[in-house]
Design a protein around this ligand. Sequence first.
Ligand code: ATP
Length: 327
Amino acid sequence: NRRLPQYLERGVDVKFTDVAGLGKIRLELEEIVKFFTHGDMYRRRGVKIPGQDAIMSYLGLGAKLISSKLFVDELPLLLTRGGILLCGPPGVGKTLLAKAVAGEAGVNFFSISASQFVEIYVGVGASRVRALYQEARDNVRFQFLLSDYGDCWTSLDQANRFTSQNAPSVVFIDELDAVGRARGLIKGSGGQERDATLNQLLVCLDGFEGRGEVITIASTNRPDILDAALVRPGRFDRKIHIPKPGLIGRVEILKVHARKKPMAPDVDYLAVATMTDGMVGAELANIIEVAAINMMRDERTEITTDDLLQAAQIEERGMLDKRERSP
Ligand code: ATP
């Protein structure tokens, strides 16, 4: 019986419209979605995920080429096969974005924090990485099993228990720096175990080349400390920076989270966004939740601008407290 890992999510319902304030970043991610949805076309052309440098130098040829047929035909020039690295401070929506890629493409989503690979005993982390990719690539089809072992099954249900179809999938590795720190930055012992884990991850990244059914998206808020081996071309060579949202971004994020709440029709989102300079999506989402609690406590039926402004003050106080506590 195949045990599905807890970190697998099927039928992800997050879409790009749930991630606000993205601007041009969305275009880059749409391309990854296309890789899944038009995978055959890409594979026929020998294309893996185009690396950032290759794309940039290509775009340098001029905007005219981009829209022309030539651009599509010449895509095979942009060969690379690594993963995508989302960089940015905590709470800006890196996880949400990776999920949205899976949701838009209609594929499964495996997520794991790289700190879960960190172990004392040599080989344990590496075997966890291997297991993750084995699951993510798993594509044992029911029909295949039936034809192979047809006589053994007593019922459809029994056969189904042995069936799993996880690929295509997005593998999301949070806090990549936990295993990907540059060698000189590792304190104490454990270097051998960490090297084994890192090497296994690199092997798995390279390994998806032939199949094109698993895409790795990793996130970090410290791209500067990653081991050079990880960011070499063909590895995590496609970096996407997700900054803290600006004023308009904050308005958009507040509106996304307000969608499912009973907001008063005259809510002044701009005023709230102006008051929340420096906040990230996670904090803005929290403001909407706290404002909703305010409304409930007062037994009202609509969330007002005042509710939001009060909630923003509470969030800001929380932020300041956290900053004071952290060394
Ligand atoms: P960390 O680095 O701490 O893992 P993260 O960058 O992965 O943080 P998320 O976990 O994706 O951040 O964000 C937490 C929550 O904040 C999301 O589930 C979502 O509700 C909200 N959020 C963050 N950014 C956005 C955004 N751009 N648009 C809408 N909601 C957002």
